[in-house]
Design a protein around this ligand. Structure first.
Ligand code: ZN
Length: 399
């Protein structure tokens, strides 16, 4: 399938160092981006679908690096069906498993957690709810795991490991487990902050410094934050990515944001949701955090979009997250919400308003064009000017 989006008002790259792409058009061929910025008339002739964007904003689909998936599009924690399809309508095109701890009866023995991770990885490789890409199979670290276990997991395609819900006596017991997982090439993620439902001990700065993980999961607290003095130490004494989540502490999220900018390590700053959890199912979780970090800080909203797209793509070694040729064709169109006081998506975010989503593509396939069912209506709608695929995109409502 070949698709062009023309007449864009703004193209956000997902790269905070160069957040804007000059031009007004995007060309997708197959499941990849072919051109970003300008598209020649000759390119349009054999397109299957051409969308006139009516001057709205394009950005990469969001990568939520903290989603509590189980199996299928169902969350046991909130007994909700179809939540991932709703997250797609909130703008999330990629979900990374926060480990499959919500699967009822989660095992805690070494063979059990390995089998769970392999099964989740294999199942999610075959399933894209609504078109969303889900990276499943985040192995829960348990005492007794050794190098050979992680090498076996890596050989079976598992590339994520999670410290935080295992049967350890103290968080320091995770130090050798994280080291072994990293030796096998797995990306290691550590629960940070106060005790969660199944975790007896808080994980604070000294533990993270001893563990040296790749990612501090919900560094702003999940949902209970560690002491303020620990944030600077974690930034200075580890190289961990600093993941803030919608379900965490908003004051410490802003503290981390300011420190990341001040210490010139914004590449490590990630926006995620940590849902579904007790906080609920939140289709707008990503855009809500993007708006909050934009309106409550002095930093630009295009950086917050990058913290939800290009930054996690780099940390998790994904091919999505950027609007650059050759990257995955995961594109989101957003605009200021109808009825608001601002005229563009970025102005709305700086104002603290969530944007309206009006079209979403994953792997080059249109998943919805018109109104998203999980955001406010946008100020403007895109128009389908050519369509040869068998799909009836509903006309936008008259406004
Ligand atoms: Zn979590």
């Amino acid at each position: 399938m070949k698709t062009a989006i023309v007449n864009l008002g703004c193209i956000l790259s997902g790269d905070w160092r160069a957040p804007f792409v000059q031009g007004d058009a995007i060309l997708m061929q197959g499941d990849k981006l072919a051109k970003v910025g300008s598209v020649a008339d000759a390119d349009l002739e054999d397109c299957d679908l051409i969308l006139d964007a009516n001057r709205v904003t394009a950005c990469p689909g969001f990568i939520d690096s903290h989603v509590h998936i189980a199996f299928g599009d169902y969350t046991p924690r909130q007994s909700a069906l179809g939540f991932l399809q709703n997250y797609l309508h909130g703008g999330t095109t990629t979900a990374i498993s926060a480990c499959e701890i919500h699967v009822p009866g989660t095992p805690h023995d070494v063979e059990g957690v390995k089998a769970l991770a392999v099964a989740a990885k294999r199942c999610w490789d075959n399933l894209r709810p609504g078109g969303m890409r889900v990276h499943g199979g985040n192995v829960i670290l348990e005492p007794g795991m050794e190098d050979k276990d992680f090498q076996e997991l890596a050989g079976k395609g598992v590339w994520l490991a999670k410290a935080g819900f295992g049967s350890v006596k103290t968080p320091f017991d995770y130090v050798p487990l994280i080291a072994a997982a990293r030796r096998a090439g797995l990306i290691t993620n550590v629960h940070t902050g106060g005790a969660s439902l199944s975790l007896a001990n808080s994980i604070w700065g000294e533990h993270l410094i001893a563990m040296q993980p790749d990612v501090s999961f919900h560094i702003n607290g999940g949902p209970i934050a560690m002491p303020d003095a620990d944030f600077e130490r974690v930034i200075d004494e580890t190289r961990a990515a600093l993941q803030i989540v919608q379900a965490g502490n908003i004051r410490t999220a802003l503290l981390v944001l300011d420190l990341a900018v001040k210490k010139d390590c914004f590449d490590r700053f990630l926006i995620a949701t940590d849902t579904p959890t007790g906080t609920g199912v939140m289709p707008q979780g990503m855009i809500k955090s993007i708006a909050e970090m934009s309106c409550l800080s002095r930093h630009p909203p295009e950086w917050m979009i990058a913290a939800a797209t290009g930054n996690p793509a780099k940390i998790y070694r994904l091919n999505s997250g950027f609007l650059h040729p050759g990257r995955d064709a995961d594109v989101l169109l957003i605009d200021a919400p109808l009825g608001g006081s601002k005229r563009t998506a970025l102005d709305a975010l700086k104002n603290g308003d969530v944007t309206g989503a009006l079209a979403c593509f994953t792997a080059g396939v249109p998943r919805y064009i018109g109104r998203s069912r999980c955001t406010p209506p946008p100020m403007r709608y895109a128009t389908v000017v050519k369509n040869t695929v068998i799909n009836d995109f509903p006309a936008p409502p008259l406004v």
